[in-house]
Design a protein around this ligand. Structure first.
Ligand code: GDP
Ligand code: MG
Length: 351
């Protein structure tokens, strides 16, 4: 352990084969979903490095509520700094853009990460130009708890994100698994190996509740730091150009933001169009229903009119029949009277 401490303490890019090439510190950039143990891992690293009392430096929170909202740097040695990036709840285009901006070191350290919609991220990147340092050598470290299950779609998203992180920083993300003893460690390791990760470290973080010093844990953390340094050294042994790399990173994230903001706009427009169509359909349906109602009222009125006319006709027929009967009766009466008079006349002649 003492040898590892010596190695970490004495690390400097000045000792690389081609000199520092413009880099002056390693920025271990922790990223990952909320509540997976990023803040706790920072606490663990500081606790092991300083080897004093346990302190909750990075304000880890209970339950799922890990709530780091700032990019807070914690200086470990003169040349190594850990960054607790703002975690996200899910991985959509928008949140991923924010993560790329943090990973690419394009947003200022020590400031609240605002998390803006639309083109807001591009504006923040441009605003931060003077505050970010090109001399930081970024090592992306993805922190993941083995207690949390990863769905198939999430695995695909992670794969894309890891490859982009490599494109941005030149380093394929290292994975730190937390809650080592409380979940599916082997399966989770397998999942990350499938994605292409070859540096996986697993820990049971030192926490406020459980920080009894354990030699294995201390060794594990120091070993992690040594491996990060060796990786960085190896890369800086190759020709590098920090200014150009920063420019390319910025371009990539700006394009990504513009594309995802455009996609967001297109989706908004499509949603508005669908809503308008639905409203029009509903209006048409209402109009059709009203027409149907009107038609039914008209039909009923026509039926009523027809019935009335029929009744009137019946009444008129009945009246006519009564009149004809009356006429026939009167005629019969008249004929009867005439007949009577004739008979009387015969009687009179006979008598
Ligand atoms: N048992 C155990 N608890 C952990 C471990 N890592 C983190 N925690 C707990 O998980 C919760 C969330 O961790 P936190 O570091 O705030 O997550 P973050 O959002 O990624 O920063 C806290 O209550 C931590 O104490 C671990 O390795 N083992
Ligand atoms: Mg946190």
């Amino acid at each position: 352990m003492e040898e590892m401490r010596q190695f970490i303490q004495s690390f400097s890019f000045d000792h690389c084969k081609s000199g520092n090439q413009g880099f002056d510190r390693i920025l271990i950039q922790l990223f990952g979903l909320l509540g997976h143990g990023k803040s706790s891992f920072i606490n663990t690293c500081i606790y092991v490095w300083e080897d004093g009392e346990f302190q909750n430096w990075s304000k880890s929170r209970g339950g799922d509520g890990g709530k780091t909202t700032e990019r807070i740097p914690y200086q470990l040695t003169g040349n190594i700094t850990l960054v607790d990036n703002r975690g996200c709840a899910k991985m959509d285009d928008h949140e991923t853009g924010e993560i790329y901006a943090q990973l690419g070191n394009l947003l200022p350290l020590g400031k609240t990460v605002e998390w803006s919609k639309g083109f807001g991220l591009a504006e923040r990147i441009v605003r931060a130009e003077k505050q970010v340092k090109t001399s930081d050598f970024i090592v992306p470290v993805f922190v993941h708890s083995v207690t949390k299950e990863t769905r198939k779609e999430e695995k695909e998203e992670l794969k894309i994100m890891f490859h982009t992180a490599q494109k941005l920083t030149g380093v394929f993300p290292i994975v730190v698994l937390t809650h080592k003893t409380s979940g599916a460690l082997t399966e989770t390791e397998g999942m990350f190996r499938d994605i292409g990760v070859d540096r996986i470290f697993s820990f049971e973080n030192y926490t406020r509740e459980d920080h009894m010093k354990i030699r294995g844990k201390h060794e594990g953390v120091l070993n992690f730091l040594c491996e990060v340094i060796k990786d960085a050294q190896f890369r800086v042994d190759q020709p590098r150009d920090p200014l150009k790399e920063m420019k390319e990173r910025k371009q990539y994230v700006l394009n990504y933001n513009i594309e995802s903001a455009k996609k967001e706009e297109r989706m908004k427009e499509q949603k508005a169009r669908l809503l308008e169509q639905a409203l029009m359909d509903k209006k048409k349906q209402q109009q059709e229903e009203e027409m149907k109602k009107k038609r039914m009222i008209q039909q009923r009125q026509q039926m009523e009119e027809l019935t009335k006319q029929q009744q009137e006709l019946e009444r008129a027929r009945a009246l006519e029949r009564a009149r004809q009967e009356e006429e026939a009766r009167a005629l019969a009466e008249r004929l009867a009277k005439k007949k009577n008079r004739k008979i009387l006349g015969i009687f009179k002649v006979k008598s």
